[in-house]
Design a protein around this ligand. Structure first.
Ligand code: NAD
Length: 275
């Protein structure tokens, strides 16, 4: 399967469809990520706080997939925001992953209560200069957080990874990002299974029209909107299902019906409230 790529504002590119490992049990991570690599995923999204970077690293090492065919993202946890703490946390992540560099390093949450994300971003700029994070970006940044980075620092984030699915499309953040050349990564692309997205008639009717599943329809909606996604599943058959989305296209009416499902359906915490 040839996964399309999205061009980033720093000249690099990222596979538009990947595999995320939030809540993947550290004990099972190596097997689950090995399955994902066998299914064909080449873009993996982990984080320090998921406690499974080591398992991701073991699966990469065991896979035999050439490093330059992989796109690996990890994230800095909130209590490591700062300067030296960022450098230390980054080293520790690389070590757990068993890699010399990552493709993308993200500030996981702005944590405005700490008021250290500008300083943290300046440390990220230095990590990028070192070449060991090829691209740098942010996660859960809303417009005010992005505006502050743009006015006080010199590198525009390559991506903003935000909660985004048909019930919660974050139009203000998404359009600000688009205007500034920041690619949108949609986390919780299936609503994390918490919101009954896959049962809504707008989704199920498009699924039956194309002979696909509701999850495939929602992933397809993201891809056609230009979002980067990495749905998560522990089950190999669902990994394969979520990857098998390149043989159909939603038409304009189907896209519009799903886009109309917006209802501020945030499934997780508000970024200003996460410390
Ligand atoms: P998701 O929307 O990908 O939902 C995953 C859940 O959906 C699964 O646990 C399963 O219950 C269900 N599911 C998966 N495939 C299915 C299918 N084919 N049919 C039916 N149900 C299916 O949620 P997520 O894992 O939270 O988000 C994806 C990735 O985004 C994460 O793994 C992680 O990498 C990233 N993420 C980042 C943040 C952040 O703060 N930056 C937060 C959450 C997630």
């Amino acid at each position: 399967t040839q996964v399309p790529v999205v061009q980033l504002n720093d000249g690099r590119s990222i596979p538009q469809l990947g595999f995320g490992v939030f809540k993947v049990d550290p004990v099972e991570t190596e097997r689950i990520v090995s399955d994902a690599l066998e299914v064909g995923y080449r873009h993996l999204d982990t984080a320090r706080i998921y406690d499974n970077e080591a398992g991701v690293g073991r699966a990469i090492a065991a896979s035999g997939v050439p490093r330059d065919e992989l796109f690996i993202t990890t994230k800095l946890w909130n209590d490591d925001q700062g300067t030296q703490s960022v450098f230390d946390a980054f080293e520790a992540s690389l070590e757990r992953l068993g890699l010399d560099e990552v493709d993308l390093y993200l500030i996981h949450w702005p944590s405005p209560a700490r008021d250290r994300y500008v300083e943290t971003w300046q440390a990220f700029e230095r990590i990028r200069e070192s070449g060991r994070a090829r691209s740098i970006g942010v996660s859960n940044f809303l417009v005010p957080h992005l505006e502050r980075l743009l006015s006080e620092t010199s590198v525009v984030p390559a991506v903003d990874q935000i909660e985004l699915h048909p019930a919660h499309q974050q139009p203000a953040t998404a359009s600000f990002a688009r205007e500034h050349g920041i690619a949108i990564e949609a986390w919780g692309p299936l609503g994390q299974g918490k919101y009954p997205l896959l049962e809504l008639p707008e989704v199920t009717s498009a699924a039956s029209a194309h002979g696909k599943t509701p999850a495939q329809v929602v992933i397809r909606w993201h891809l056609q909107r230009g979002n980067i996604v990495f749905p998560k599943s522990n089950r190999r058959e669902r990994m394969a299902e979520n990857f098998d989305v390149f043989d159909f296209t939603l038409d304009e009416a189907e896209m519009q019906a799903i886009t109309a499902l917006e209802r501020e359906g945030r499934v997780s915490a508000h970024p200003d409230e996460v410390e």
